[in-house]
Design a protein around this ligand. Sequence first.
Ligand SMILES: Cc1cc2nc3c(=O)[nH]c(=O)nc-3n(C[C@H](O)[C@H](O)[C@H](O)COP(=O)(O)O)c2cc1C
Length: 199
Amino acid sequence: MSNARLTIVYYSTYGTNHRMAEIAADAAKAAGAEVRLRKVRETAPEAVWAGQAPWKAHLEATAHVAEATPADMEWANAYLFSAPTRFGTAASQIRAFIDTLGGLWAQGKLSNKAASAMSSAQNAHGGQETTVQTLNNTFCHWGCILVPPGYTDPVTFQSGGNPYGVTVTANGEPIPDAVQNAIRHQARRLAEYAAKIAS
Ligand SMILES: Cc1cc2nc3c(=O)[nH]c(=O)nc-3n(C[C@H](O)[C@H](O)[C@H](O)COP(=O)(O)O)c2cc1C
């Protein structure tokens, strides 16, 4: 899979989606892909995040992670986006990054990439699937080739059964082993299809 180039873009307030992105990055690298792990910029005002200790702590703990740029999107032949659920859709921080990509889109430079999405939410039925689907909508606008996990491996059944993309019910808590395995499967599958597309 030496020609798979994944850009993994995440936003996280409390750490869940950061950890999901890290697990995916490690699995894709182990499968032979080149990986760029990128966070998106925090857009909430300091007055908001500084008043919430877990949010502030996560921002400080991930200060070293590079921010996603349009160049990372052009470089990749596969995208994996991971974002927390906010009122049934993806956090506005990741949408703000997406909204910087009109120039690349207009040049066709986001098309023909393998793409997949993950999410988390506080509640099992609080919008996890809709959040993944809203990210998939964007991938369709870009002309990407969607690579959902489906039920291509027993890990989907073991981790809650979401075929659209791995999701977890969490607010920064550790990610259950079954969900970690599902993330690894989704990342490996995305890398596999990125390599096929590139060949
Ligand atoms: C403004 C706001 C809106 C949220 N909306 C939802 C929601 O619609 N459904 C839900 O189950 N959880 C919701 N949550 C909880 C987050 O999805 C949860 O904190 C997230 O999964 C944690 O991910 P992170 O650790 O990567 O930040 C919301 C949280 C905030 C702050």
